[in-house]
Write a protein that binds this ligand. Structure first.
Ligand code: SAH
Ligand code: SF4
Ligand code: F3S
Length: 448
């Protein structure tokens, strides 16, 4: 029986989807590259903005017709919704799409094999299956590293999940639950397994990765920086990243780790959201613009080539033209290498959705365009400045042309080369010669 997983949303969902894939493969199911050839459709969903939710419901409409056709042929068929929408809109999913067989929250995905079995054998008249406990500890305890199969030379590894910050716009604390950190030994074991499969780069994941407090082999709670030093010792690992950092939790020990650990990339995703202290306060971000700028300066002091990316929200309730100007000013000061920006989207249960002075859609659109133009210019400038320089690139996939390979620099820039001597999984020094749209082109200088 073949399964197909459609993934939406953040890297944490991607990680969960790979764990579900591993568990299903180990149980004898086959992975299908195409939705149309599968009898088990799994949607691993995201609820961060309204658009993400709606995408699920339009995809479910198409899944319904595949299910009915299969049933007409006398075949078993299961539709399963996992992830953050499964947690935030559990019964709404089956009210709107009663043909969904199972709804599984993000902390219950380790039960995917038994859910698939039950879903395949149940009839349409039987109740749908609901799983929505916040069982993070059980979830991670049930992952078996011997089940892990390699997919790429760059993989994610979740070390912390859930969030206690309750930023007033954000649905994540309601979908992923309270913060949970995995034990150090567990993380090191998974790192070693990935490296033994040929993985060169690992990105550690957490909604709030800097508040990592997992139990170490010494019985004490370890910080993220302590964990980074330990992971960097794993032989064969060529590059290490971590995401997402909340600026309020980035302290000197992290800057020191960036100074000391050679394989730690000189790149940090440090979402600021807004450049106005008034808006940051209403967002409950717990840092000021000056504190954010100090944090950027500190990191650059300890690692002078440190590059930054960020997330921005425009049109948060009460955001005036002056507040928005301050966001532009902040971006001008930091000079981002990359950035993502979004229109504020009111989410169920969150405090901001009930705030006065919601910003009209048209103004959000105008502000988004202005900000995105500025951030695009900054990205282009950052990339242009790389021309003539040498960067270290991990090549992860084939490009569109013959002998072309595509990879990422330590600053997370897309770089491509045409060189027969280079293979997927190689990390090499590349001299950058040209910038084409958002991608850099280069040639090999010397092997690392
Ligand atoms: N834990 C991360 C963010 C996870 S969500 C952090 O604290 O930075 C990823 C991004 O989605 C956020 O940084 C934010 O910019 C955006 N986002 C979250 N909720 C949103 C909402 N309601 N409307 C618009 N963008 C939102
Ligand atoms: Fe959401 Fe804030 Fe937690 Fe990030 S830190 S996941 S934005 S509540
Ligand atoms: Fe989306 Fe859930 Fe990730 S809401 S961004 S999939 S934590």
């Amino acid at each position: 029986m073949k399964f197909f997983i459609k993934n939406y949303g953040c890297q944490m969902n991607l990680y969960d989807s790979t764990r579900m894939t591993d568990a299903l493969l180990a149980a004898g199911y086959e992975e299908s590259p195409k939705k149309d050839d599968a009898n088990i459709l799994i949607f691993n969903t995201c609820s961060i903005r309204e658009k993400a939710d709606e995408k699920l419901f339009s995809d479910l409409g198409r899944a319904k017709s595949l299910k009915f056709k299969a049933k007409d042929r006398g075949e078993n068929f299961a539709i399963i919704v996992c992830g953050c929408v499964a947690q935030s809109k559990t019964t709404e999913i089956t009210d709107r799409a009663p043909y969904v067989d199972a709804v599984i929250g993000p902390q219950e995905i380790h039960k995917i094999v038994s859910a698939v079995k039950t879903a395949l054998s149940k009839s349409d008249e039987d109740e749908s299956i609901f799983m929505s406990d916040m069982a993070s500890k059980e979830k991670f305890a049930s992952f078996q590293s011997e089940q892990i199969t390699k997919r790429s030379c760059s993989e994610f590894l979740t070390i912390q999940e859930g969030c206690d910050n309750f930023c007033t716009y954000c649905v994540v604390p309601y979908t992923r639950g309270r913060e949970f950190s995995r034990d150090v030994a567990d993380i090191i074991e998974e790192t070693k397994k990935l490296v033994s499969l040929g993985v060169k780069e690992i990105t550690l994941l957490g909604q709030n990765v800097n508040s990592y407090r997992g139990e170490g082999p010494d019985g004490k709670n370890w910080s993220l920086s302590k964990l980074l030093y330990a992971i960097a010792e794993v032989e064969g690992l060529a590059r290490l990243r971590y995401v997402t950092s909340n600026p309020k939790d980035v302290a000197k020990d992290i800057a020191e780790a960036h100074r000391d650990i050679k394989i730690l990339a000189s790149f940090l995703h440090l979402p600021v959201q807004s450049g106005s202290d008034k808006i940051l306060k209403k967002m409950n971000r717990k840092y000021s613009v000056n504190q954010y700028l100090d944090c950027v300066d500190m990191l650059r002091k300890y690692r002078p080539d440190m590059a930054f990316s960020s997330d921005f929200i425009v049109g948060f309730p009460g955001e005036t033209d002056e507040d928005f100007e301050k966001t532009l000013e902040l971006a001008e000061k930091v000079k981002y290498a990359q950035a993502y920006s979004f229109k504020y989207s009111p989410r169920n249960k969150t405090a901001a959705a009930k705030m006065d002075n919601q910003v009209p859609e048209k103004i959000k659109e105008e502000r988004l365009e202005i900000l995105q133009n500025l951030l695009n210019d900054q990205q282009n400038k950052f990339n242009e400045e790389t021309i003539g320089k040498t960067v270290s690139v991990l090549f992860t996939k084939n490009g569109k042309f013959k002998n072309q390979l595509v990879g990422r620099s330590e600053y997370s820039q897309a770089v491509s080369i045409c060189d027969k001597a280079i293979h997927i999984g190689d990390m090499v020094n590349v001299k950058i010669t040209e910038l084409k749209s958002h991608s850099l082109l280069g040639s090999i200088e010397e092997e690392k």
